[in-house]
Design a protein around this ligand. Structure first.
Ligand code: ATP
Length: 581
């Protein structure tokens, strides 16, 4: 139970205290009117039994005023409970989501290799909503549903222990039924949540890949996957309700059967004169008051099981260790790879094997090699998106695995092969490079990256909104915007991954010029398939299947007659290729 509260509160059980206290107060206040009602009944009963003594109107008035007072107190406690539970729930969900999003940002990218993006969306939206509902509705009901019987039990035992035991005798059997079937319930909830996440992933895949699905006419196949996932969701949901429903109903009936037992016992005790009618009535009134919230707790039980699983999923991600390190690096020093071996996961072959090289400060180093040889992996490791398994990477003498990941990235500007633009204006997308940049600085960077003219020609200029992922711009336009970002960042280390890949011939030379500005006096690592673009690099490292096969300058590599020389020869010949019918 404690683990449950720890999980739903995101590890901060103290935040549930106000809700808990308000629910306890509410539970106590709700038992109170039964006592007053019995007192009214008792007064009336005495009057009809012995009319010669007259009606005790003072007592009747006092009790009625107390009942009125109780109405206000219960309104007050209920509004406290309402306020506290909703406030805590929504604050917890909002801050929890933000904290988790921030936590995820600090994790190694290896985490995303293991997790489906749609699963993460579900976690941040559905799972949190589930926990939110639990804190706002189920937890207060659980607490007041437990507190009321506990207080009532203690109070009623003083009045008549036989009736009290009769009232509660069946309750343990109801709870035992739930306890015995606990693992079955957990399995059912888990299956349903998994099926829900799978359906959401397939839906995201279907919508995200709609262009490919249309282009390759693969609607049937992909739709079948989507259909199967929704079918599985339907099956697991029905299974959950069909099994959990009768179980909870059974537990509820068992608990409530205590009332019947109590009425039977009470009738016999009344007959043999060892119980008075007012006390019997008191038990009847308190009994219905206790069993209603208790029934509500059991009704919510299924939902609480469900949220326990959601909370567990959230906690699992929160427990993922972010990249550690607090050392600052000297970005103007050399970047050294020393016997680095790295694989993306324990089952995959190493993407880099025993790789060693040095990138001197303020030089341009080009990474060359066939597709999959590990070029992008090198740049990802310099940015510390992952930590290496063997060997060491150092920048300015500082080992990267001890470096502060946030501060490290402040020293690095990256132009990715696949540019992602946020759903924001073009100006703000460039400003990501430097959030404090003025409009004039943004425009200057855009001019240098050869994108000012096309932006200025748009009706809203720099305020033009960009579709999610940059869907409203061409590949070349996106690429130039990302170069503008890098120019604005003005970081001492620049990583260019196929930066001119999606530019047309007309723009390429202009952007090449912009890149020349970007890389001036910087330590640059550039990946290029077209060797023509990097022939003037200070140093060229050739990778083959995750290992360094040769390195040197363009001249020395061409002369040595190795892989680079062959690639160079092939690309020279391919300059004038064309499509033949
Ligand atoms: N996120 C990833 N998860 C698992 N394996 C990956 C991941 N990224 C790359 N790899 C694998 O690591 C190896 C090296 O990939 P990398 O992207 O570094 O090659 P590359 O030389 O940059 O290729 P390209 O020129 O096609 O971009 C490949 O076998 C690739 O399949």
């Amino acid at each position: 139970m404690m683990q449950y509260f720890t999980n739903i509160s995101g590890g901060n059980v103290r935040s549930l205290w106000p809700t808990g206290l308000a629910a306890i107060l509410d539970g106590i206040v709700r038992v109170f009117p039964a006592v007053l009602l019995v007192d009214i009944f008792n007064t009336m009963y005495m009057y009809f039994a012995e009319p010669q003594f007259g009606l005790d109107t003072t007592r009747l008035w006092t009790v009625s005023i107390l009942l009125f007072g109780w109405m206000f107190i219960s309104y007050w406690t209920f509004s406290i409970l309402y306020d506290k539970s909703y406030y805590v729930a929504y604050r917890q969900a909002a801050s929890g989501r933000l904290e988790l999003a921030e936590h995820i940002r600090r994790l190694s990218l290896g985490f995303f290799n293991r997790r489906d993006p749609a699963d993460m969306t579900n976690l941040l939206l559905s799972d949190y909503t589930q926990v939110e509902t639990t804190i706002s509705h189920n937890v207060p009901q659980l607490i007041s549903g437990i507190i009321m019987p506990v207080f009532a039990f203690a109070g009623l035992m003083f009045l008549d222990w036989r009736m009290t035991l009769a009232m509660f005798v069946a309750l343990p059997f109801g709870l035992l039924l739930l306890w015995l079937t606990n693992s079955l319930q957990e399995r059912l909830c888990e299956n349903q949540v998994r099926a829900r996440n799978e359906a959401a992933s397939r839906l995201q895949e279907y919508l995200g890949g709609i262009r490919e699905i249309k282009a390759h006419n693969m609607g049937g196949d992909r739709f079948q996957r989507l259909r199967l996932s929704f079918q599985r969701l339907k099956e697991t949901s029905i299974q959950l309700e069909a099994i959990l429903g009768p179980l909870i109903m059974g537990a509820m009936l068992l608990a409530r059967s205590g009332m019947t037992i109590m009425i039977l016992v009470g009738s016999y005790l009344l007959l043999d004169g060892s119980l008075t009618l007012p006390i019997f009535l008191l038990f009847l009134l308190v009994g219905t008051r206790i069993f209603d919230p208790l029934t509500a707790v059991l009704m919510n039980y299924g939902e609480m099981k469900y949220s326990a699983f959601s909370a567990q999923r959230i906690m699992d991600v929160r427990r993922e260790q972010p990249l550690q390190g607090d050392k600052n690096i000297n970005p103007n020093g050399s970047i050294v790879f020393e016997r680095v071996t790295f694989s993306y996961n324990e089952h995959a072959l190493p993407a880099l094997k025993d790789v060693s090289f040095t990138i001197k400060p303020k030089t341009i180093t080009a990474l060359v090699g066939s597709s999959g040889s590990g070029k992008s992996t090198v740049t990802r490791l310099i940015s510390r998106f992952w930590d290496v398994q063997q060997g060491e990477i150092r920048i300015g003498g500082q080992a990267l695995h001890e470096a502060d990941p946030e501060r490290l990235l402040q020293h690095i500007a990256i132009v990715f092969q696949d540019v992602y633009l946020f759903q924001d204006t073009i100006g703000n997308n460039i400003r990501i490079g430097n959030m404090n940049a003025t409009q004039a600085e943004v425009e200057e960077a855009a001019r240098r990256a050869c994108c000012h003219d096309f932006i200025a020609a748009l009706p809203q200029g720099y305020d033009t909104p960009v579709g999610e992922g940059g869907s409203t711009l061409s590949g070349g336009e996106k690429q130039r915007i990302s170069i503008a970002r890098a120019l604005l960042k003005d970081a001492p280390i620049v990583l260019l991954d196929e930066a001119t890949a999606s530019l047309d011939a007309e723009n390429e030379s202009a952007v090449q010029q912009a890149i020349n500005e970007l890389v001036a006096h910087k330590t640059v690592v550039i990946i290029a398939h077209r060797l023509k673009t990097i022939q003037h690099a200070d140093h060229i490292i050739v990778l083959e299947q995750g290992s360094v096969s040769e390195e040197g300058t363009h001249q020395s590599l061409v002369l040595s007659g190795g892989i680079y020389a062959k690639l160079w020869g092939l690309q020279q010949n391919a300059e004038g290729w064309n499509v033949r019918a």
